[in-house]
Design a binder for this molecule. Structure first.
Ligand code: PLP
Length: 425
C-alpha cells in the first residue's frame, strides 16, 4: 500500500495563486530528477542502455531538458514531436521514431534529422523505399507483436492480439531479411505488449520473449542486433492500495534474462533501450484546481475550475486519480462527492462517489499523478482553454514552463478577420 502524498503544501499553493490562477499542472523537479537517476542506475549494468522518453506523455521542452541530464533521448511519433526533439538539439540516434500509420512526410523528416526509424509494419519497407529513394539508414528497428494474450503466470495483462501495432513473428523475420538486402547494417527490436503494469515482472517477462526472438532472428538472418527496445508500459500506483514498482528489481530482472539468453548466444553487446513515459513523469505532476461550486441534488457535487479538457483520463478510461484537499490531508474522509468539471458532458467527472474530507468553496483540490498523459491529452471542447504548466523547482521557486491559452489562441486558426475583428484580440 502506498500512501498518496502530495509534493506541494497549502501554503505554497496560496503563494502560487498570487501569480498564477488555477487551474494549472504543476511538476516536481526534485521527484523527476530522483526517479530518472534511479532508472539510470537500475540499468547501469548494460553498457549501451538508453531511455528514450515518450514525448507524448509530457511534451514540454523544460521537462525534456531535465531528463536530458540523465542521458535520456526522446521517443517521438509525429512531425511536431520530431521537430521538438530536433529543436532541443537531440542528435540523430538520440531520437527514436516509433510511429504507426505514418505519413510520408514524417518518415522523410525523421530520416533527414537522422532519427532511428522503428517500423510498425512490413509494408512500410516499400513505402519508405520510395521516400528514401532506396537509401536506407544504417540502423533500423522493427516493432513486434506476438498476438494472443500477454500473461504473467495465469494473469492476463493485456491483449496484443487485438492491438493494431507491430509485425507478426513471420513478418519480422522477413522484414529483417529484406532490410538487410537493402543495406541496413544494425537492427533493433521493439515491442510494447502491456500498458500501465504495476508489477516488477512485466519488463523481465517481455525481455525474455524479445531476447529469444533476437537470438532466433540473428540465426535466421545473420544480421547484427544492436538494441532491444522494451518500450513503455511500466505503470504507477494511481490507487492508494497499489504497491509501486521497484525499478531496481525490474532492472535486475531484465539483467537476469539477459545473462540467461543473450550472453550464452554471444550477444552480450546488445543495448537495452526503454521508452517510458508514465513511469518517468506521472507521479511528479498534479492538476491543481479550485472548488468553485457545491451542489446538493440527487448527489453531492463539487464543481471545480478544471474540466476534462485539462485531464481526459477519467472521462475516456474511467481512470482513477487520487484527490487530496490541500490543508485537509489529515481530516477524516466522511463526505461522499462527485468532483466535476464544467463541460456539457456528464462524463466530465474527476471522481465519482469519492470519500473526501468536507470541501468548502475556495479549497484547492489536488488531482494526483497527472504528470504524464495529463496536460498533453487535453483538448478544446466547449471552447475550454488549456491551462498553464508550472515547474516547482528544487530550490522551491515556481517557474511557468507553458503559459495558459487565451481566447486569442483559440481563435488563431480562423481567418475571418471581418467577423473576429469585433473581439479586438
Ligand atoms: C505511449 C508509448 C510509450 C510510453 O508509454 P507509457 O505507458 O507512458 O510508458 C512508449 N512507446 C510507444 C511507442 C508509445 O506509443
Amino acid at each position: 500500500m502506498s500512501k498518496k502524498e502530495t509534493f506541494v503544501t497549502l501554503e505554497k499553493l496560496q503563494e502560487i495563486d498570487k501569480t498564477y490562477p488555477t487551474p494549472y499542472h504543476l511538476y516536481d523537479e526534485k521527484g523527476i530528477r530522483e526517479n530518472a537517476k534511479r532508472l539510470k542506475e537500475a540499468f547501469s549494468w548494460n553498457k549501451g542502455y538508453k531511455e528514450y522518453f515518450a514525448v507524448k506523455a509530457t511534451p514540454n521542452p523544460y521537462i525534456l531538458n531535465i531528463l536530458k541530464d540523465y542521458g535520456c533521448g526522446v521517443d517521438c511519433a509525429s512531425m511536431a514531436e520530431l521537430m521538438m526533439g530536433y529543436a532541443l538539439d537531440y542528435k540523430g540516434e538520440d531520437i527514436m521514431f516509433s510511429s504507426n500509420e505514418t505519413p510520408a512526410e514524417e518518415y522523410e523528416y525523421a530520416a533527414k534529422i537522422g532519427a532511428i526509424i522503428n517500423l510498425d509494419d512490413i509494408t512500410h519497407i516499400e513505402f519508405l523505399d520510395k521516400i528514401l529513394d532506396g537509401k536506407f539508414p544504417e540502423t533500423m528497428s522493427c516493432r513486434y507483436n506476438p498476438g494472443g494474450y500477454f500473461k504473467l503466470g495465469t494473469d492476463i495483462m493485456d491483449n496484443p492480439g487485438d492491438s493494431k501495432y507491430g509485425m507478426t513473428h513471420e513478418q519480422i523475420i522477413e522484414a529483417f531479411k529484406i532490410l538487410k538486402g537493402k543495406g541496413v547494417k544494425n537492427f533493433g527490436i521493439h515491442s510494447f505488449l502491456a500498458s500501465n503494469t504495476v508489477t516488477n515482472e512485466y519488463y523481465p517477462t517481455l525481455a525474455k520473449i524479445l531476447f529469444e526472438l533476437a537470438v532466433e532472428l540473428k540465426e535466421a538472418t545473420g544480421v547484427n542486433i544492436k538494441f532491444i527496445n522494451l518500450s513503455g508500459g511500466i505503470g504507477i500506483p494511481y490507487r492508494p492500495e497499489q504497491e509501486a514498482n521497484d525499478i531496481a528489481v525490474i532492472g535486475e530482472g531484465v539483467h537476469k534474462a539477459y545473462d540467461e539468453v543473450l550472453v550464452p548466444a554471444g550477444m552480450g553487446d546488445v543495448s537495452i533501450y526503454t521508452e517510458l513515459g508514465r513511469f518517468m513523469l506521472a507521479p511528479y505532476g498534479c492538476l491543481v484546481t479550485k472548488a468553485i461550486h457545491e451542489k446538493h441534488t440527487h448527489k453531492e457535487y463539487i464543481g471545480v475550475d478544471a474540466c476534462a479538457a485539462n485531464l481526459m483520463r477519467p472521462a475516456i478510461y474511467g481512470a482513477y486519480h487520487h484527490i487530496t484537499v490541500a490543508g485537509k490531508e489529515d481530516a477524516e474522509c466522511d463526505h461522499m462527492y462527485d468532483v466535476v468539471g464544467s463541460l456539457c458532458e456528464n462524463n466530465d467527472k474527476f471522481a465519482i462517489d469519492r470519500m473526501l474530507p468536507r470541501i468548502d468553496k475556495g479549497d484547492y483540490i489536488i488531482i494526483h499523478d497527472t504528470g504524464a498523459h495529463g496536460f498533453s491529452m487535453g483538448y478544446n471542447y466547449n471552447g475550454k482553454l488549456k491551462s498553464a504548466e508550472l515547474l516547482l523547482k528544487e530550490n522551491g521557486d515556481v517557474q511557468m514552463i507553458r503559459r495558459a491559452e487565451t481566447p486569442k489562441d483559440y481563435f488563431a486558426t480562423f481567418d475571418f478577420s471581418d467577423i473576429l475583428g469585433k473581439l479586438n484580440l
